[in-house]
Write a protein that binds this ligand. Structure first.
Ligand code: URA
Length: 434
């Protein structure tokens, strides 16, 4: 088989066969196709799409590029959660310790930032010493000891996704249903889980701007999970503004710590509890999602969830000092305030631009070689629906670069619109598909 022929075939909108899909997945994973040819193929898939059969073959090929972990020796249910990606979306850091402390194992394989969205691995990497590149033995050992483990794709587990993902991030080939489905499901199915809770985002900061697209993707993900005999619950949730207040890697860890310590409320807490409640229910530890939510709330208020986070951070080599005392973390060289350009109610925030501003500050990558600044990011003081006075602080920007902070500040100013009349806050949870 010849990769150029496959690129042309897909460019012409023709479906690829199972053999062809396995060929390009395995050849690229084994270093036999160059990045430039594979980028062309990804772009052709992104533009021309793949049918359901091709998507299912792609998921299978990506899954079997590595091993499927056998967790039979670890007692209890194994349930994970995955989000399709957003801005300020840090729920994984909050949910994993809550659910693990409720007696449901959470073996989590996550990704790095993708396009304008942040990634769990980059957030975890901001914790000094934290290792996300565990080998299989360490992965199982920590899960057995602590009930949760948080790693990235490895050479053994979902290696195809590791490589596809890096390239998609910097080639404008993220927004593609089949590529998203193959990426999410290959790593989740490789974890050895019994069930999965999906958080499918919609809105200006999501890959699916329209709710109808988010629903279509959710259905594709659900049918793929079911074809591998996995239980699945999908949430369709709002991404028209950052989730919570902080955007940027360490800033998001800090905000997660606050939620786990019971010091936060608002959309981030609400969504984290809902997703955790669904996982607790799916793991058989509650009779319904709402009673799962109550258990999740208890795990925060009695300190178990926070203690579990400290435990998993320590087991994965992270320095617990920064979790116990986040104020000891290094500070950025520059902090700049973005002020309201007029008085009124915040009507909308272009959340894609917020994600790009955060990248600009140094919280994400624009090319494969870019290094992330863990301290860089944005703290929102006001969100949609809030009443503001002219010149009031809406956001605070953190960066080591004065030039970057000035560029990002302009981007954020232009991303916010105002209204003289009261504005309704976008509904956070739009639909739950059980
Ligand atoms: N999350 C993933 O793991 N992959 C995608 O492609 C998008 C979101």
């Amino acid at each position: 088989m010849n990769i150029v022929e496959l690129i042309i075939k897909k460019r012409n909108g023709l479906p690829l066969t199972k053999e062809e899909i396995f060929f390009f997945t395995n050849s690229f994973t084994n270093g036999k196709i160059s990045d430039y040819q594979f980028s062309a193929l990804l772009m052709a898939i992104c533009i021309k799409g793949m049918n359901k059969k091709e998507t299912s073959y792609l998921t299978e090929a990506m899954l079997y590029s590595g091993i499927v972990v056998n967790l039979d020796r670890i007692k209890g249910p194994k349930i994970d959660k995955h989000s399709t990606g957003g801005v300020g979306d840090k729920t994984s850091l909050i949910i994993a310790p809550i659910v693990a402390s409720a007696g449901v194992n959470v073996p989590m394989i996550s990704g790095r930032g993708l396009g304008h969205t942040g990634g769990t691995l980059d957030k975890l990497d901001s914790i000094p010493g934290f290792r996300t590149n565990l080998n299989l033995k360490e992965y199982k050992e920590i899960l057995r000891k602590c009930g949760t483990v948080l790693i990235g794709q490895t050479k053994e587990i979902a290696p195809a996704d590791k490589l596809f993902y890096q390239l998609r991030d910097v080639t404008g080939t993220v927004e593609s249903f089949p590529l998203i489905t193959g990426s999410i499901m290959s790593k989740k199915l490789a974890e050895g889980i019994d069930g999965l809770v999906l958080d499918v985002k919609t809105g200006s900061g999501a890959f699916m701007r329209k709710t109808s697209d988010a629903l279509s993707l959710a259905n594709l993900l659900i049918s793929t999970a079911k074809s591998f005999d996995k239980q699945v619950i999908a949430f369709i949730t709002d991404m028209n503004q950052p989730l919570g207040n902080n955007v940027g890697n360490w800033l998001e860890v800090e905000e997660s710590i606050n939620v786990l310590k019971g010091k936060a409320d608002g959309d981030l807490l609400k969504l984290s509890l809902s997703l955790a409640g669904a996982m607790i229910y799916m793991g058989g530890k509650s009779k319904s999602i709402s009673s799962g939510i109550k258990i999740a709330q208890e795990k925060i208020s009695n300190g178990d969830a926070f203690n579990k986070f400290v435990e998993v951070v320590s087991l994965q080599g992270g320095n617990p000092k920064f979790i116990l005392n986040p104020e000891k973390y290094r500070k950025p060289r520059f902090v700049k305030r973005v002020r309201a350009s007029r008085g009124g109610f915040i009507k909308a925030i272009d959340n894609y631009t917020i994600g790009m501003a955060s990248l600009e500050l140094g919280a994400g990558r624009k090319s494969l070689k870019d290094k992330i600044d863990p301290k860089a990011g944005i703290i929102f003081k006001r969100k949609i629906g809030d009443k503001v006075k002219k010149s009031e602080t809406i956001a605070e920007l953190h960066s080591d670069s004065k030039t970057k902070i000035d560029i990002a500040s302009e981007m954020i100013l232009n991303s916010i619109s105002y209204s003289n009349k009261k504005v309704a806050v976008p509904r956070l949870i739009k639909k739950v598909i059980t």
